[in-house]
Design a protein. Sequence first.
Length: 302
Amino acid sequence: MRAVRIHKPGGTEGLVLEDAPVPQPATGDVMVRVHAAGFVPDELEWPGTWVDRAGRDRTPSIPAHEVAGEVTEVRYGTTGLAVGDRVFGLTDWHRDGAAAEYVAVEARNLARIPQALTYTQAAALPIAGLTAWQGLFVHGGLESGQSVVIHGAGGATGTLAVQLAREAGAHVIATGRGRVAGLAAEMGAQTFVDLERQRFEDAVEPVDLIFDTIGGDLLARSAQKIKPGGALVSITAPPPVLPEAGRAVFFIVEPDREQLRGLAERAEAGRLRPHIGAVHPLAEAREAFDARGVPGKVILEI
């Protein structure tokens, strides 16, 4: 099969489109013919890109851990999916990803794609959507009537978080660069803070939840704006400053079929729209991974 593989650390120079062995599904896996793949730009720096769970070198490895495609083979022990199903979800961080014509994936990490969604739209949902869902509701405990600040509202995760929080009945305050103010409002934010022009803590009152996708000094300054009993949730690093009377949480997204179904149902109904910033063919994987700063999700189409 044709696949993009990374051969060496140190940026995208080691990304090569080449012939690679077709993966062998294990017990509980399905084989997926990939139609579209999503990724996180910094995943080339993750330990799982270079070693397996036992710490053994596994280069060259195939990146892009968000997959949308069609099931072509079902192995023993697999439940809930069948050959021909259109599916989307996450591949294991320590196994080859979806920047290829085929990928073997644990079936439990996949859900069916509604007919109303394209493969490209579905590939934009798994990491960003699950991260937003888990950050807001699993770790943040967001409820109707509460207030939430979403740092980085113009990014792939931020745009979905704004939509999910607004649908849940929260008052949504979005932050980011001024150029994404219109996008944040379109996604449902009631207030926008331009981080290039003002400090967010000077512009907002204490809130029930801050969901941070940016990190750095902004994360450290956010603790002071948490209400008693509220939460500061980060996906970039453990918060270096803790809220005086609230919780601080750092988490890494986990696969979850039921949450994927929830995202898919909302997208099919038009209540959730992934923001796709750019689409590249597999042959332009290096350009896709180098596309830093593009608002929204960058997708590879196979």
